[in-house]
Design a protein around this ligand. Structure first.
Ligand code: AMP
Ligand code: MG
Length: 395
């Protein structure tokens, strides 16, 4: 068993509840993680294989009719490390399974449509991991700070975005929203580096200094984003980003966890093994059939070993995530529930030490149970249907 490192799983440590206070965030902190830079890097390397298999399973399932996909939304001010997440986290998986989209200043055509038009067009297909480098949130960030639209226009967008994301989630997409938050001093250092280093100058945009000059307005706009759009179905994870290694390992873990929750299964073949083998061997010199079968048997054995490792690592990560989330902050919906219920909740929390409503807890128990059932059935099934998986499948 590898070192635990995450004392609190990042989806609990980083989740923005309705009372989340951005001003109080220590941007050089490493919430939930009990380790240093080397540990962070090691953990990312350790996750590569698991993440790869999960992604390949998602992709394979998507090709065979499963509707699940993942959408990773990355927000953050200039130099926060959005590009680094794409390179270091998404770089670990097969690019065929990743659908990248960057959202910059809207084109003339984009401007002629509703602001969600360009976003809708980039939503991941089943089986894909969509990655948004900036997103529809710019329409309540830069659009608000730079007064690109009237206040009554951007004010309405928070609810609209929530409804939009609800539909996406209902259609089978898991949305992971990460906001990389670095400190103002750290940003100064990073901008200076871009200005001074010949190999970084291409990244510098003089306009970034105008954006920086509006730092406080942006913080306020981000605070509202977290307050108003961190829903149960699409919560925000606010990631301190002064330490790049931390934001990368945190997003790696969030993504891994989301894929484990989806638990994508290898599709069942729509053909019969025996029939296919017979037909294949009809085309093969009979003298080499034995040799062929032997070679493949070794690969099948290797794949079975790999599969054992996969299940073990997956279990480790899943275990870490299912710690009691009783003291996480309430979500937008929860905070909107009436006073009476929240009083009951607080009292229940005081007496049991668990801050959840009975309803939530019941839901949780159910989903845990069904997941368990699924898992025990699944591992048997997987062992049977495990087919050849090339050793070199990674990358
Ligand atoms: P970069 O991510 O460095 O390529 O910069 C993209 C720029 O596009 C940033 O300055 C964003 O604020 C800007 N941008 C993204 N979306 C919008 C939008 N909806 N309206 C106006 N500007 C936007
Ligand atoms: Mg930029």
């Amino acid at each position: 068993m590898s070192k635990k490192l995450w004392e609190t799983a990042p989806h609990l440590a980083l989740r923005a509840g309705a009372n989340f206070d951005l001003a109080g965030l220590d941007r050089s902190s490493t919430p939930g993680f009990d380790g240093d830079k080397d540990d962070g890097k090691d953990r990312m390397e350790e996750r590569a294989e698991l993440l790869n298999e999960l992604q390949e399973r998602l992709f394979a399932a998507g090709k065979h009719g499963a509707k699940e996909s993942v959408l990773l939304v990355i927000q953050g001010l200039d130099t926060a490390g959005k590009g680094g997440i794409v390179r270091h986290v998404m770089g670990m998986v097969d690019p065929q399974g990743v659908a990248m989209a960057s959202f910059g200043v809207p084109t003339k055509e984009e401007l002629s449509h509703h602001y969600l038009w360009r976003v809708r067009r980039e939503l991941p297909e089943p089986g894909k991991i969509g990655v948004f480098d900036r997103s529809h949130y710019e329409d309540v960030l830069v659009a608000r700070v730079d007064e690109l639209v009237e206040e009554d226009v951007w004010r309405k967008r928070y609810d609209e975005i929530n409804r939009f994301e609800k539909k996406i989630v209902d259609s089978g997409t898991t949305i992971i929203k990460v906001a990389l938050m670095c400190s103002k001093e750290e940003q100064a250092g990073r901008i200076l580096e871009r200005i001074e280093r010949p190999d970084k100058r291409w990244k510098h945009n003089p306009g970034d200094l105008d954006t920086r000059a509006k730092w406080d307005d942006y913080q306020e706009a981000y605070q509202d984003v977290f307050r108003l759009t961190s829903t149960d179905y699409a919560p925000w994870y606010v990631v301190p980003a002064d330490k790049k290694w931390y934001s990368r390992v945190a997003v790696t873990e969030l993504l891994t966890q989301a894929l484990i929750d989806i638990d994508p299964q290898w599709p069942k073949p729509r053909w019969h093994v025996d029939v296919q083998k017979r037909r294949l061997f009809e085309t093969v010199d009979p003298d080499i059939v034995d040799e062929l079968e032997q070679a493949v048997a070794e690969q099948v054995a290797d794949a079975e070993d790999d599969h054992g490792d996969y299940l073990k690592t997956k279990e480790e990560v899943a275990e870490l995530a299912h710690v009691d989330d009783g003291d996480r902050a309430p979500t937008v919906e929860e905070s909107e529930e009436d006073e009476a219920l929240s009083n009951v909740r607080t009292m229940a929390a005081a007496s049991t030490g668990v801050g959840k409503g009975a309803k939530d807890q019941d839901k949780d128990n159910k989903s845990k149970k069904s997941k368990k059932d699924k898992k025990s059935k699944k591992s048997k099934k997987d062992k049977k249907s495990k087919k050849k998986k090339g050793k070199g499948a990674k990358n």
